[in-house]
Every structure is written in C-alpha cells, then in structure tokens.
Design a protein around this ligand. Structure first.
Ligand code: NA7
Length: 527
C-alpha cells in the first residue's frame, strides 16, 4: 500500500464518505483516515439512548444519487441514530468506499512542505503519509468537551459520555442515574431513559428552548419521492438548507392574535421551523421575546410543579441564539415522581464522590453518571491536530478565533480544505446540504487545478480578511452573539468568543461560492 496519495481525507462521516466517492470517481487517488472502527462520524460516536436527528429524514440524507434517494426507506419523520448509522454503512457498501478507508487511526499532525508542495500527515501509529491535498472532514461537533470535575475518578459507579457512548448495550433499568447537561443530547437521553430508571437527577446549568418534534411514521417520504430532484433544488436555496417556508411579515407589525395563531400552527407542525414564521425573531429583541414567552408558556402548561417549570424556562438568552432542541415528551418527564432537577446556578457541582455528585450542600447518590456536556464546536477537531502550514500552526493562527475564506481554506495553509469549516453555514443548516455543497465545490476546484496543471491553492489574505469581517458583521446584526453558546465558543473555558458559523444563509452562501468559482476562483491564488 502506497503512503503517497493525491488527497488525504480526514474522517469517514457523511462528509468524508461523500468526498471519497466524488474524488475517486473523478480519478484521484484518495485515502481516508478515520479514528473510529467504522463509518458514520457523529452517528458512530453518539449512540446514546434516544439519539435522533432533529432535521427531517427526507432532508437529512444524501441527494447526489437519485437512485440512492429512491431506494432507501426512512421509517420515521426524524430518523433515530441506528437507522442513520445503517444508512452510512449502506452508502459505504453501495459505493465500495471501505477499501480506501483506514479505520482506528487518528491523524495527529499534518505538515506542509513548500518544496514538494505536499502535506505529510502522521497518524497515532507513527505512520506517515504524504498527499498533495488534505481535506479535513472532521465534523463540527466531534471533539467532546469533558469538563474537569474534581473527584470523577473516585466515583464507584459507571460513567458515560453521550458523545462516546459504548457500543455494547447499556441497560439502565432500575438504576439511579444522574445526567449532567441539558442540550439536545441531554434532553434526548433524559426523555429516553426516564421510564426505566429507578431515579433520575438532572443537573442543569442552562435550560433549553425546545419545540415538539411530533415524530411518527415518515408519511412525507412518499409525497416527496416522485419529485425528489425538484425538492432538493428548493432545499439547497433555503437559508437553512431545508424547507421551512419562512414567513415574511414582521412579528412586531403583526396583530398579537395573529402571531399566536401562526406560532400555534408551527408548534403543531413541530420541528425547528418553529422560529421561521417571522423574519425579525433573530434580529429584534422585542419579537424574540414574544416567541420565547410562547415556549415558556408551554413549559408552564406541561410541568405541574410551578417551581420546576420556572427552572426549566430559559430566560437568560434569546430564543434560537443557542441551538434549539426538538423534544418528544421532555418536559413531561419532570412530572414523574422519580425525576428531580438540580439548578447548577444555585447549587454548583462541588465534586464527584465515590457515591455520587455533590451540588451545593447536598450529595446526590447515584449508580450511573451520564455526561451530556457537548463539544468544542467547529474548531475543536481541527485544533486537536498539529496542523503546520507555510509559516505557523493552525492553532496559533486561530488563537483569537478562526480565520478562513468561505470556511473552506485558511491563508498560510495551502492545499488544506475544511468541509463545513468555521465561517461557513454548517451547524446553522442541514449539515447534509452544506456537506454536499462543500464536497462538490472542493472536487470541482481540484478538477480545475488538475486540468490547468496547477499544484498549489491558497486563499489571499485580503479575501480572507474580508470574509472574516463579513461573517462577523452579519452575526453582529443579529441577536446570536448575546448567548453564551457553543456557536460563540462560550462553552469552552478560555476559548475566544467569536461567532463561528456563517449566518447569512445557505442559499446566499451558495451564490457566493458559485460566483467565486465561476470567476476563476476569485480570492484564491492558484499556481
Ligand atoms: P450542547 O448543546 O453543548 O449541550 C451541553 C450541555 O451541557 C449544556 O446544557 C451545557 O450547559 C452543559 N454543560 C457543559 N459543561 C457543563 C459543566 N461543566 N457543568 C454543567 N453543565 C455543563 O451539546 P449537546 O451534545 O447536547 O448537543 C450538541 C448538538 O448536537 C446539538 O446542538 C445538535 O446540533 C445536535 P450550558 O448551556 O453550556 O450552560
């Protein structure tokens, strides 16, 4: 097996799989390095109870092959993790991808050599591989954040992390369980295990806004299938990369009764499109407050204990400025006698003991602790590697926040691409739509370079500076920076707070990306 390739792809999640397929079909010699022992990325690691995608399955799937689209059946409106992982495996089989993937290998460093115009990547087994291009398909939420809680090693029971859940069956029936974290993973875990555990204590730092999923059989698939091509075209141009039928009336200029009616329709339909009814929700605090209160009212109507309902009600940040959750009976769980809630703002975790968690003055004795504490988002997986470009490392360059052109490349790091990198729509969109766009864009760029006999591509400093400024300016015009969110890097101690994704919308972003490519890769220096 040769250690020299045209392209090295890091990661065999949905981005890496599709990138391998596209480049190999285009005649490139590609090698994929994957840390897990199988494909699937996020859906390989996050196999906790209740793990489910909160984008509808008709949208959260590849669109590149009409046959694949027609032959795969999604059973539910929102696909559960096992089904999505099966899909990733099916794709790997169907396109014979595994033969070019090395599993159980983690890329530790990648070093650029100007003389040969190649990258040398070293994996955790000490092996070196060189490649003309490196494509980081490392995911936006793949580097777990594991808070440093004193005493965790002393705990006599089992400790699990939602972000790296064991592959073997974990049976929590009859156990006393603590869950730390109330983002999407925490909410899904809590809802799934509550019926079976002996007791459940939830440790909450910040309550989440959650809208109902109304999950069920996937009736929409039969509707969409006959015209799937057109359906995808529409999705690609939406701000979020999936179809929400965003309204155009400003909430602040709409009669309150009508606002209530329209929010009610969205609430009854379920899902993340809830906040798309009024375009001012994300830019006008007054509009946002109305929608936030709508959600809090539902929490109060669901949770019988008013004190608990209040603790579960988000009040410290605008709705949708942190990642919204989509729930299936989450708030109802708190009406169970065996479920209790600890507000970490009033009773911070002091330490973990042999028996459980000490928060405030009370020790909560449990058999199992589940941490659902999130990720070092967007830059975590990239900065975990020692990526040494023409002059410095990526970590050093990004010390004050990521700097990219289009979220695709960073000046000083020639021939290194990032799929759904920071300052691209990525986590603010249907990841599938954004992954496919980036992979197609990168593949076209590499084909263009090959055709023209070009071997080195790097974004110009000015183009990058302008893009960074534009992404920050757009975000600053919204309410998003007001939240201490992982979009801002605020969940990671010491991480510089800057808004990480591009919030201008997928449709707009595609037009920019297409325009750049058509204009002979304007802003990229190709030699
Ligand atoms: P999230 O959304 O980052 O949620 C992590 C949760 O863990 C959140 O409630 C955090 O509170 C909490 N957390 C983090 N660190 C601590 C410490 N040290 N102590 C107590 N609580 C803590 O990650 P998820 O895995 O749930 O979801 C990630 C994405 O996956 C999701 O957005 C979807 O895109 C799918 P905080 O809010 O930071 O105060």
């Amino acid at each position: 097996m040769s250690d020299h390739h045209d392209v090295l792809v890091i990661g065999a999640g949905f981005a890496g799989l599709y990138q391998l397929h596209r480049l190999r079909t285009a005649g490139f010699d590609v090698r994929v390095i994957e840390a897990g022992d199988d494909v699937g990325g996020t859906w390989y690691w996050n196999r906790y109870p209740g793990a489910r995608c909160d984008i509808e399955s008709v949208e959260y799937s590849y669109s590149f092959d009409p046959e694949l689209e027609q032959e795969w059946d999604w059973s539910e409106r929102y696909a559960a993790q096992p089904e999505i992982l099966d899909y990733a495996r099916h794709v790997a089989e169907r396109y014979d991808l595994r033969r070019d993937i090395e599993f159980d290998r983690r890329v530790e460093s990648a070093v650029w050599d100007e003389g040969s115009r190649r990258w040398t990547a070293t994996t955790d087994d000490g092996r070196r591989r060189t490649a003309r291009f490196v494509i980081a398909a490392t995911g936006c939420l793949s580097r777990p954040s594991r808070p440093d809680l004193p005493g965790v090693e002393a705990f006599a029971g089992e400790v699990y992390w939602t972000s790296s859940w064991p592959h073997e069956q974990v049976d929590l029936t009859g156990e006393r369980v603590a869950v730390v974290g109330t983002g999407s993973s925490g909410l899904q875990t809590i809802t799934a295990i509550a019926p079976d555990v002996a007791s459940l204590v939830v440790f909450q730092r910040t309550p989440s806004y959650a809208v109902p999923a109304h999950n069920g059989p996937n009736e929409r698939l039969a509707e969409v299938r006959p015209t799937y091509r057109e359906f995808r075209e529409v999705s690609r141009l939406q701000p979020t990369g999936f179809q929400c039928e965003g309204g155009t009336d400003l909430l602040t200029e709409t009669d309150p009764g009508e606002v209530e009616r329209r929010l009610g329709l969205r609430w009854d339909r379920g899902g993340l499109c809830f906040t798309s009814e009024f375009p001012d929700i994300l830019v006008d605090a007054a509009a946002n407050a109305v929608v936030a209160e709508y959600v809090r009212r539902h929490i109060r109507e669901t949770v019988t204990d008013p004190g608990v309902a209040e603790l579960l009600s988000p009040r410290t940040y605008p709705i949708a400025s942190k990642r919204m959750c989509v729930d299936t009976g989450y708030f109802e769980v708190y009406n169970q006698d065996n479920v209790s809630l600890v507000d970490l703002n009033a009773q911070p975790i002091k330490r973990i003991t042999e028996r459980g968690i000490v928060a405030g003055d009370r020790e909560h004795e449990v058999d199992v602790i589940v941490f659902a504490t999130g990720f070092d988002a967007m830059t975590g997986a990239l900065n975990a590697m020692e990526i040494r470009g023409a002059e410095t490392t990526l970590r050093t360059k990004w010390r004050d926040g990521p700097r990219t052109y289009l979220g695709l490349m960073s000046h000083g790091f020639p021939n290194l691409f990032t799929v759904t990198g920071p300052q691209s729509p990525s986590v603010l969109s249907n990841m599938m739509t954004s992954i496919e766009y980036h992979v197609d864009w990168i593949t076209a760029a590499l084909e263009h370079m090959r055709a023209e006999g070009l071997t080195r591509v790097e974004p110009e400093q000015d183009a990058e500076d302008d893009w960074v400024a534009a992404t920050n300016d757009i975000a600053d015009g919204t309410l998003m920076p007001q939240a201490a969110s992982w979009y801002m890097g605020a969940n990671i101690p010491g991480k510089r707070r800057v808004f990480l994704p591009f919030i201008g919308g997928v449709g707009v972003y595609r037009q920019i990306g297409d325009g750049v490519a058509v204009a002979y890769y304007h802003g990229f220096e190709m030699v």
